[in-house]
Ligand binder design. Sequence first.
Ligand code: NAD
Length: 498
Amino acid sequence: MEQNMTTLIMIFGATGDLAKRKLFPSLYRLFERGRIANRFAVIGVARRPLSNDQFQQSVKDSVTSALGAKQNLDQFASHFYYQSHDVTDSNSYIALKKLADEIDTHNHLEGNRIFYLAMAPEFFGSIALHLKADGLTNVKGYKRLVIEKPFGHDLESAKELNEQIRTAFSEEEIYRIDHYLGKEMVRNIEVIRFANAIFEPLWNNRYISNIQITSSETLGVEERGRYYESSGALRDMLQNHMMQIVALLAMEPPISLTTKEIRLEKVRVFRSLRTIKGEAVNDYFVRGQYGEGEIDQKKVPKYRDEPMVNNESNTETFVAGKVMIDNFRWAGVPFYIRTGKRMETKSTKIVIQFKDIPMNLYYRPEKELSPNLLVIHIQPEEGITLHLNAKKAGSHLDAQEVKLSFSNTGTYAMNTPEGYEKLLFDCMRGDATNFTHWDEVAYSWAFVDEISKVWDQTKGDFPNYDAGTMGPKAADELLEKDGFFWWPINNLDVDNCR
Ligand code: NAD
């Protein structure tokens, strides 16, 4: 893997929300920690006219508002340049190339270029084509394309986009962002699994009864109504983030930790997914849309009353599903996943429920023994909790549940880099492990397309859950019919241990 951090980063969409809230503060953190050399430059590219000074000021403001007052801000911002640009116009690229070449020569950037597309996805393909046609990718160093989600709207559109970007960049040069893969505890899944003798032998259908992955938000659709209407929870969250977590939990141990080997194992999980199609879709998947409700003691409107949302919208703001992985390790173990907006609590957690022991010696009619759970807390808390049964102090032989907890939140929070910081750093180092390979994207779309095909043709019975709840009743029934239930998220908190 290359470790050459000398680079010119071009951020397309540099006046946008993502650039301001995530990318500039992340670059600053890398700068502050000495992880990027002084030999880096950033060209911000966006439509509105701005001088370099104005742009540098907006970079400094973004860093301050995300991280508080900081030293060295002027020095950091001096690495930033601005180019007003229309991404649909060839002349803009010719001017951009001239600026990039000058900055490259002046700062000895060795012809290394990262093109970060922080813009609306409809532009991704044409930007990539222009970068090649107008000579920006013709460099003596490396060239890399970082591309934000959504990567297509379905398999067909994803293929089309992929073909366009592949004319200018090879698969190894494409870094498809899934910011969940930048999260500390998502990266920790592999370590927990493959570095602990006590888990890996149990990590299969002989000892695990089911796995539950929840990613719930309390926010509604906010200002993103227009985008969300054509996306919904299935495409916005499940196709990418949730399926990536499934792959990390289910993959076989790779023969080494290289990008190639890890991706290979993840792809094998995607290939083992049971295809759910036609009538089976409604047996395995549940959709929901929020109605009015209360969050933090405030009344909130129903989805259909949100700005830029059709008042008869058929878009799901919640999805729950049962994913089956038909391979030797996982045959028979349901992976339940759910994600939604305007839910009761903001939380991303994985619960691995182990099978009951063969015989319960501590059975009391009034109290069953709890199954062992391993809970991986992804956000906002970061940590792991192992639920065990132990003797209740002072009792004769009564068992009670105890939790062993490790919380990143207290111990390491100050030093834990944000997802985007890690992903930017990985991209500069040339490490694509935590970005999604085309094969993963394609298999995942193929899986999700079968569900949307059915849902697009029939009207959902919406709204079917109140804002501030954990989703529609049908999502609970999905587990109940298999003899399970969703572990109540709020009772699983890391700090909530005895
Ligand atoms: P945004 O609307 O805030 O910003 C869009 C940017 O694109 C602006 O800088 C604008 O000037 C520029 N732009 C638009 N049309 C242009 C044109 N013709 N020529 C040149 N520049 C043009 O969008 P955003 O929220 O920053 O999102 C950007 C991308 O990142 C999207 O793909 C989005 O799905 C993805 N994303 C955003 C977030 C987030 O937190 N904002 C999170 C995950 C993914």
